[in-house]
Design a protein around this ligand. Structure first.
Ligand SMILES: Cc1ncc(C[n+]2csc(CCOP(=O)(O)OP(=O)(O)O)c2C)c(N)n1
Length: 552
């Protein structure tokens, strides 16, 4: 059948199984929006306040649903407003298709109104990108974009569609959707990894987000139990292994649990699964681990990139584990487990809090919400407290900006997560991060999403202040906010509810009110300006330099 380019876009989206898009209109994308008008019953269309919010929402939608997230924006400023969101998805390996309109082909490269070479801009932050120059290629490009976004190591793909291509016509038939299949790794290539694992007396599993995108939680559990190995998750891996399991040690990395840092020094084999040895984990790449390293990852480029491995297997985590599990010897390691437990009991933090305790609020949220509660965060101290304190029992329950560390991610992400899950979402944010994207509270109100926004209001850019304390002689340059923002007026102005936590005694009751509220609610949590996130392994250092205590 003969269709307009814009119609090929909407038909292709439906063909790919897309049921939700996050979007913001504009002149160069109007033809696509005109077609979206006719498919409102098939594709839910969520207009945000800012394209960045739309991109973060599409990103979180993908993280929660396991599907490809879709965002649509206009040319020029609309497209550049997507850049942070695309980079965020790229760094955390999230499957995303970003569709941008552009000026007509004849106007490209002439500094036309709202013209930006968005394909050029996004080359380093996309898996692949396209400028559609021939209407006959549009359908195939969309099909390829979805496949590229979700296959191998997932990531974002951008399709820039000039206006005349949206308006041109050509023959179109639905292209059968290609399912992602995974090659079983050649057994010979697994042998040395299996041998090291089988001979290890003191293994430690370092579990990353790759295990979650591969849906490998069941296999990871079986593997860990079979070899009796304790498990530490990277921040992206949280939820990939149940936090209440006796083999679970905690989070690894700069602000990971102290016992994990010491365990990683004592283990004889570190088995990294779907993790990439980011500098926030292996800060001192040499001292990070003394034992052997076995690395299992879907991306060949990650092998030996940051840390030298003794053996590795490249492949999809679920497929690899299913392949090697029959050859892994079952064993018990009581002495090693006891040692790990001892470290878990002894290497604990002395908690000091100045007023309302952020950790107490998080414990209350964890206690009062179900195991499948989705918790999203922004970036800063509140993010690390959340990662350290909440017990994530299931995959796809923690939504956070890991690789890029994007302040302003939270509110858009909470919206995407709430729409994907059709459930209540808790957002933990800081006053700095919240000010970057609180416009999206009104999107949550319009969409009738029960999002409980806990603003950890310490009147400062807390994480930066902490670095200024530690490394810049307490020169609090531009981090004390002292903003007069009235959060109650702000909530009411957008049509949201408002609560306040001024005292530790009211935490449980206010958390309960927030997590039963039927609409978006802003909870102003008045925490102290000098609460620190500890432990901390300073940048470039190792477990030996861990900071367990610091003054204000
Ligand atoms: C877009 C962006 N700009 C700057 C930073 C650098 N940065 C990291 S944490 C942080 C402070 C965050 O403050 P807030 O959101 O109030 O959270 P808190 O640390 O106080 O919990 C800043 C400025 C960033 N991560 N992202």
């Amino acid at each position: 059948m003969k269709l307009k380019g814009a119609k090929i876009v909407t038909e292709s989206l439906i063909n790919e199984g897309v049921d939700t898009v996050f979007c913001y209109p504009g002149g160069s994308v109007l033809d696509i929006f005109d077609e979206l008008y006719f498919v409102q019953d098939k594709i839910k269309q969520v207009v945000t306040c800012h394209e960045q919010g739309a991109c973060h929402a599409a990103d979180a939608y993908a993280r929660i649903s396991g599907k490809v997230g879709v965002v649509i924006a206009t040319s020029g400023p609309g497209a550049t407003n997507l850049v942070t969101g695309i980079a965020n998805a790229y760094m955390d390996s999230v499957p995303l298709v970003a569709i941008t309109g552009n000026v007509a082909l004849s106007l490209l490269g002439r500094d036309s109104f709202q013209e930006v070479d968005i394909a050029g801009v996004t080359i380093p932050i996309t898996k692949h990108n396209y400028i559609v120059k021939d209407i006959n290629e549009l359908g195939k490009i969309i099909s390829d974009a979805f496949y590229i976004a979700k296959s191998g190591r997932p990531g974002p793909v951008l399709i820039d569609i000039p206006k005349n291509i949206q308006q041109a016509e050509c023959e179109w038939e639905p292209i059968p959707v290609r399912q992602v299949t995974h090659r079983v790794p050649d057994f010979k290539k697994c042998q040395s990894a299996i041998d090291i694992i089988n001979s290890s007396k003191k293994p430690l599993i370092y579990l990353g987000g790759g295990s979650i995108s591969s849906e490998a939680s069941k296999e990871v559990l079986e593997f860990a139990q079979k070899i009796d190995a304790p498990v530490a998750c990277s921040m992206m891996g949280l939820g990939g292994f149940p936090a209440s399991h006796p083999l679970y040690l905690g989070m690894i990395g700069m602000h990971g649990h102290a016992n994990v840092a010491f365990t990683s020094q004592e283990c004889d084999t570190l088995i990294a699964i779907g993790a990439r040895f980011s500098d926030r984990v292996a800060s001192d790449r040499v001292k990070f681990v003394k034992g052997k390293v076995v690395h299992i990852d879907i991306d060949n480029a990650e092998i030996n990139k940051n840390v030298k491995t003794s053996a590795h297997i490249v492949g999809d985590i679920k497929t690899v584990l299913n392949t090697i599990l029959p050859y892994i010897n079952e064993s018990k390691k009581p002495e090693w487990i006891e040692r790990c437990q001892e470290l878990k009991k002894t290497k604990v933090l002395k908690e000091t809090t100045h007023s309302v305790s952020p950790r107490e609020i998080l414990r209350s949220i964890s206690r009062q919400t179900p195991n499948d509660q989705i918790i999203a965060t922004d970036v800063g101290q509140h993010q690390m407290w959340t990662a350290q304190t909440c017990s994530f029992e299931q995959p796809r329950t923690f939504v956070t900006s890991g690789g890029l560390g994007t302040m302003g991610f939270g509110m858009g992400a909470a919206i995407g997560a709430a729409i994907a899950s059709k459930k209540r979402v808790v957002l933990v944010t800081g006053d700095g991060s919240f000010h970057m994207n609180f416009n999206e509270v009104v999107t949550a109100v319009v969409q009738k999403l029960p999002i409980a926004v806990f603003v950890f209001n310490n009147n400062t850019l807390g994480m930066v202040r902490q670095w200024q304390k530690l490394f810049y002689q307490r020169h609090f340059s531009n981090t004390t906010l002292n903003r007069p923002t009235n959060y109650e007026y702000l909530a009411k102005a957008f049509g949201a509810d408002y609560l306040e936590i001024n005292d530790n005694d009211e935490i449980d009751q206010k958390v309960k009110l927030a997590i039963t509220c039927q609409k978006p609610v802003i909870v102003n949590c008045k925490i102290g300006i000098d609460d620190n996130v500890l432990p901390m392994i300073p940048s470039g250092k190792s477990a030996a330099d861990i900071i367990m205590e610091m003054g204000d």
